[in-house]
Design a protein around this ligand. Structure first.
Ligand code: SF4
Length: 367
């Protein structure tokens, strides 16, 4: 890393909040989470999707509980899943009580739409009794009307005031197992509002954009906002919301944490953009290398330990030089290629053997 590279500020010290076997905040690594997109009352499909998320490295998963039918499915889902589970509740506090009763580890509520304070107090009491955490989520679209009248629009100060209002019953009850989120679709407002939350409250923060968009757009927008915050040491758990397969949310989350040098899941794969010199199928090879290495386990970054970098380069002009910068790499020729490991050529082979040769090298020295 060059001397002028932007440094990462030390992580803000948030309270440690237990969510089942996982801790958010404290000294725990930034965790990566997602949300199921099946109907929650379809237990089979929901459990199958949770298992796929778990294999992808998801550390906690949230399920929408929109009605009584979904609530009825929760005990069976809880029984079949070991991953920490979060119930996402709007409007009806009884659904939150049902989720806590069957052992959900956390509920996400937006106090702004739950209604009377006694209902919030019931949720707090149930969570305190069972050791469940609560995420208090404030969204730009659901700020208390009296606050909106004061600020005119759902601006950053309005969201912070909305959060302060939402937290009153929790503070009165002395309930501290809280995770906070304040979501908007706007990148700069997201950065500004989380900076404020981080200064004002000691609770861990769940970072994310709301309605971020399709995978390509959503990942870019989320990375634009979250990378600024994470480099400032702000953020304890992240969700990259994408309109698509939730597994992509997990992949995007780790890719972002890996790019920032915070955490990685498996190696970072680099590839050249290809051009008129390309001698091998870089796009196909890159896809195969990624797939072949996708099962390498999640490794929290320790100190300055850099992630393993794997490069797929299309030609020998820049190829070997770039590949040598990486820990492992392929540089292609005409239907053939060279495999590098830690700056040395370890093999020259036909294109159809390159992936196996590269992956073999990575596994031999990385696992
Ligand atoms: S590595 Fe070679 S093939 Fe790839 S973009 Fe650079 S010059 Fe083109």
């Amino acid at each position: 890393m060059s001397a002028s590279a932007t440094s990462r500020k030390p992580r803000r010290k948030a309270l440690a909040v237990r969510v089942g076997p996982l801790t958010i905040g404290g000294r725990s690594p930034v965790s990566v989470q997602s949300m199921t997109k099946t109907r929650t009352d379809d237990v089979r499909a929901t459990v199958r999707q949770i298992r796929r998320l778990e294999r992808a490295g998801c550390e906690l998963v949230r399920l929408a509980v929109p009605d009584a039918a979904a609530a009825v499915a929760l005990p069976e889902i809880r029984k079949r899943v070991a991953l920490p589970l979060i119930a996402d509740i709007h409007f009806d506090h009884r659904l939150a009580l049902a989720a806590i009763r069957v052992g959900f580890d956390k509920v996400r509520i937006n106090p702004g739409n739950i209604g009377a304070t006694w209902k919030i107090r019931e949720v707090i009491k149930a969570a305190a009794g069972s050791g469940a955490a609560i995420r208090v989520g404030v969204n730009a679209g659901s700020i208390d009307k009296s606050i909106l009248r004061r600020y005119g629009r759902p601006s950053v100060p309005a969201m912070v005031a909305g959060m302060a209002r939402c937290l009153e019953p929790f503070e009165r009850a002395g309930f501290k197992a809280l995770v906070l989120s304040a979501k908007t679709t706007d990148v700069r407002e997201t950065i500004a509002v989380y900076r404020e939350l981080s200064k004002r409250w000691p609770y861990p923060l769940h970072l994310g954009l709301t309605e971020a968009g399709p995978p390509f757009e959503g990942a870019i927008r989320s990375a634009a906002a979250l990378s600024v915050l994470l480099l400032e040491g702000i953020g304890d758990t992240i969700r990259i919301s994408l309109t698509g397969d939730p597994v992509q949310e997990i992949e995007a989350g780790y890719e972002l944490l890996g790019a920032l040098g915070i955490r990685r899941r498996g190696p970072l794969v680099y590839s050249c953009p290809t051009c008129g010199r390309t001698g091998i199928d870089v796009i196909g090879l890159t896809r195969k290398v990624k797939a072949a290495l996708s099962d390498l386990r999640t490794v929290p970054m320790r100190g300055q330990l850099p992630p393993v970098k794997v490069a797929v380069m299309g030609c020998v002009v820049n190829g070997p030089g770039e590949a040598r910068e990486a820990d492992f790499g392929i540089a292609g020729g005409k239907g053939r290629g060279i495999v590098f490991a830690h700056g040395r050529v370890v093999k020259t082979c036909a294109e159809d053997q390159l992936v196996d040769a590269l992956v073999g090298e990575v596994r031999r020295t990385s696992e």
